[in-house]
Write a protein that binds this ligand. Structure first.
Ligand SMILES: Cc1cc2nc3c(=O)[nH]c(=O)nc-3n(C[C@H](O)[C@H](O)[C@H](O)COP(=O)(O)OP(=O)(O)OC[C@H]3O[C@@H](n4cnc5c(N)ncnc54)[C@H](O)[C@@H]3O)c2cc1C
Length: 411
């Protein structure tokens, strides 16, 4: 993909922000003609530059992140809601959600997930709290697609319980010396930098952590292994160790000790992005199941024309639209500046459950074909299970919702 998409989108983005065309986009709907136009442009790139290669990359166990991100970055899709001074489009977060929804038309879960880490998980805190120097050094090339970013939060001994991470970054002179390790790092084998969460003091666990921009080519960083996974096979997932890794203190994002808070804020965007990326795959699976069961004859009639089958598909399609409505409502509130922790957790919980329900029910309707690697439903059956784990498990979401409902004692 050459620069051709980029110029066009730079112009349109300025029109959406109210500059240039004189026609200002008002309101924060997530489904306006402007969002649709953005999605259509992305769809062209997906159809031409990504989908034809997905089966190969799934088989190889890794997609070429630098190549794919460069293509998306040149067209502006890695920074739609990022500031224009760092190469973003400067649009509101609802446009990011439109991008995430369209990424769901990629015929696997692994590539949208890695794009999500790049555009919406490793960078929100840097964008909001990072120094200008850090943003020039790490954010601008990430938006351009020149750098691959990863997010280092989870460890072998701490996933749901983020406060319990053990990696330390100890200040020595004007450097931090980092020891420990990270687990489950998406794009970790290919990344140029990591948004790292580490303990920078001995204080209370919610106030002793910091986020640090960590270049991945530093001495003492060891990629221990690429983890072999049930699904998301084209996305590389790494286990990484740090042994006396020295990084300048100026690579700290925002204030020291605020890392846990920044990460909790960063999680809101991650969770909403994750919800948005499952809508299109679930819609596609339901549609492909309708088509398959319509033509598949069992006992002299279409499988689809059994009431139990079309009732189930209608029920799932209804649930999907309810999820979309909750997502759009939450995004609208977020864009207006509200704290959406409760609704984002509800949407993430529902998305995880529904992803499992839709893929499970639909796979069953495909009979033996559903058990093969030849059909999309089996790939999404594996890939989308991650919705109930990544970025917080269903149980973590339930715990957060309970706190808002005050059914749990506060600590
Ligand atoms: C493919 C993949 C990619 C990932 N990418 C990244 C990444 O890029 N960066 C990153 O930092 N992390 C990443 N993760 C990690 C992910 O965020 C964690 O797996 C997740 O937070 C869960 O943590 P855990 O695996 O340690 O599970 P645990 O915390 O050990 O939880 C295990 C199980 O315990 C149960 N449980 C947890 N809490 C409760 C509770 N309160 N009540 C009852 N039961 C509970 C749940 O059933 C849960 O599933 C990735 C994971 C996968 C699988």
């Amino acid at each position: 993909m050459a620069l051709r998409g980029c110029g066009r989108w730079a112009l349109r983005a300025s029109a959406l922000r109210g500059g240039g065309s004189g026609r200002r986009h008002r309101g924060h709907g997530t489904d306006t003609p402007q969002h649709g136009a953005l999605r259509a442009a992305l769809r062209k790139i997906i159809d031409r530059e990504i989908n034809p290669f997905v089966d190969k990359w799934e088989e190889e166990g890794q997609f070429p992140a630098h190549k794919v991100f460069k293509t998306l970055g040149q067209a502006g899709f890695l920074g739609v809601d990022k500031p224009t001074e760092y190469g973003g489009m400067g649009l509101d977060f609802s446009y990011n959600i439109a991008v995430a929804e369209e990424l769901g038309s990629i015929r696997c879960g692994g590539i949208p997930m890695a794009i999500g880490v790049q555009a919406g998980m490793a960078t929100p805190a840097l964008t909001r709290f990072g120094s200008d120097e850090l943003r020039k050094q790490f954010l601008a090339p990430t938006i351009a697609g020149d750098f691959v970013a990863c997010l280092g939060i989870s460890e072998a001994g701490a996933g749901s319980d983020v406060a319990n991470i053990k990696t330390t970054a100890v200040k020595k002179g004007d450097e931090y010396v980092i020891n420990g390790g990270k687990m489950w790092t998406t794009s970790g084998c290919q990344a140029d930098w990591m948004c790292l969460l580490a303990n920078t003091s001995e204080g209370p666990p919610h106030r002793n952590k910091s986020l640090i921009c960590l270049p991945m080519d530093l001495h003492g960083i060891h990629i221990a292994k690429k983890i072999d996974k049930l699904g998301m096979r084209s996305s590389d997932t790494a286990q990484i160790f740090f042994e006396d890794v020295r990084v300048p203190c100026k690579n700290l994002i925002g204030e020291e000790g605020m890392g846990f808070t920044y990460q909790m804020l960063q999680f809101q965007e991650e969770r909403l992005w994750g919800v948005a990326t499952v809508l299109t795959p679930l819609e596609t699976i339901i549609q492909e199941t309708i088509e398959y069961t319509r033509q598949r004859k069992v006992f002299d009639r279409s499988v689809l024309h059994n009431q139990v089958v079309h009732f189930r598909l209608a029920e799932l399609a209804t649930e999907l639209e309810l999820l979309r409505s909750l997502l759009y409502r939450t995004v609208a509130l977020y864009v207006e500046g509200n704290d959406v922790t409760k609704f984002a957790s509800m949407a993430k919980l529902k998305a995880g459950r529904l992803a499992r329900e839709v893929t499970d029910s639909c796979l069953q309707f495909w009979g033996g074909m559903g058990f093969t690697s030849e059909v999309l439903v089996s790939r999404f059956y594996r890939d989308l299970r991650l919705m109930s784990i990544g970025g917080g498990t269903d149980e973590t979401m339930l715990s957060i919702i309970c706190k808002f409902m005050e059914t749990l004692p506060s600590k």
